[in-house]
Design a protein around this ligand. Structure first.
Ligand SMILES: C[S@@+](CC[C@H](N)C(=O)[O-])C[C@H]1O[C@@H](n2cnc3c(N)ncnc32)[C@H](O)[C@@H]1O
Length: 321
């Protein structure tokens, strides 16, 4: 961690900020980082974000941002978790033709127009993004600008959380040897890209020991509920008495947040004392959001610990500018 103490300050913009999963991960990963502006069009997500971080995200469509408005922020890090529907079967897999991809495509274009592109870029999405045209446009732009890129498909199980939810992650950073002119003379990144399936690929961490394979029991994530009726309702609706007999219920929002690695148990302490790190802010929902809205916001969100580990060890851990 000694190197981290001298790490250059990070000024991040969080695009598609939702309830701030990337913000918590950044705080976990870097000792000297702040999110200076966040953008999201969802008012429920923004209310939750403002409640926990005391920053109100801009409720502006990302596709309408200008080079000038971004340059004014003087950020050196972009965090992105664009909508996943363009890359899912349920969302019809329309990829870059889906209007919901417009925000991401706009940011890819803006990247090429900035006087000084951000030193660090992090993106999260669903499996299948890695074979999309949107991803090809993104990595080709980053490659052209001289970024060192790493891509991953990993699950929280690999960082010690009992939740199997494989997702796609991309880290990109400009290094001191980054030079768009040299980039031109070597073969394109996309032709030799490898999608890593572990957070610590041997090629990058030849000496790293594998993390312990033992996982906490699912029971350790559960709340002790005096009344679990609100979480059984939907099973009741579809009858199966046999399911009721088994005492099945949905996870509560607190339990889902724990399975996503959110600092949900930290309110009032100001930091999250998990076994692997700290965040400055705790997480809780503001009053007034229904159970359904809480589940939906968490469902759209991401695993804070997976992202935190990738940011710490890959995005900020490799050669720095
Ligand atoms: C996959 S979720 C990201 C969730 C976030 N990482 C979190 O931790 O909650 C995508 C988010 O992008 C927002 N969004 C979608 N299209 C947008 C656009 N064009 N401009 C701004 N926000 C947008 C949605 O409201 C949603 O909150």
């Amino acid at each position: 961690m000694a190197a981290e103490e001298h790490a250059a300050a990070i000024r991040a913009i969080e695009f598609f900020s939702g309830i701030g999963g990337l913000h918590y991960a950044l705080e976990f990963a870097h000792p000297n980082a702040e999110v200076i502006t966040a953008y999201d069009i969802n008012s429920h997500a923004n209310a939750c974000y403002a409640h926990n971080f005391k920053i109100k995200p801009c409720q502006t469509g990302i596709q309408s941002l200008t080079v000038k408005s971004i340059e004014k922020l003087d950020a050196n890090c972009w965090l992105l978790s664009p909508p996943c529907q363009p890359y899912t079967q349920g969302g019809k897999s329309l990829d870059d033709k889906d209007p919901r991809a417009e925000g991401l495509l706009h940011l890819i274009k803006l990247l090429g127009e900035l006087k000084q592109p951000p030193a660090y870029v992090f993106l999260e999405n669903v499996p299948n993004f890695e074979v999309s045209q949107s991803r090809a446009l993104l990595v080709n732009q980053l490659d052209r600008l001289g970024y060192e890129i790493n891509e991953f498909l990993v699950t929280p199980l690999q960082v010690g959380i009992s939740n199997d939810r494989r997702r796609y992650y991309l880290t990109a950073h400009l290094t001191s040897s980054s030079d768009p002119k040299t980039a031109k003379s070597r073969s394109p990144y996309i032709d030799q890209a490898v999608i890593h399936t572990t957070p610590w690929p041997e090629a990058l961490f030849p000496k790293r020991e594998r993390p312990p394979s033992e996982l906490p029991s699912l029971a350790s994530y559960l709340e002790d509920l005096a009344d679990d009726a609100p979480y059984r309702k939907q099973y009741d609706f579809n009858d199966p008495t046999s399911l009721l007999d088994l005492g099945l219920r949905f996870f509560t929002p607190t339990e889902v947040a724990r399975l996503h690695g959110f600092p949900i148990d930290a309110i009032g302490k100001g930091e999250y004392l998990g076994d692997v790190g700290h965040t400055k802010h705790g997480f809780e929902f503001p009053e007034g959001l229904t159970l359904g809205q809480r589940w939906k916001l968490l469902g759209n969100s991401l695993n804070v610990r997976v992202v935190g580990v990738l940011m710490r060890d890959i995005l900020f851990g490799l050669k720095r500018i």
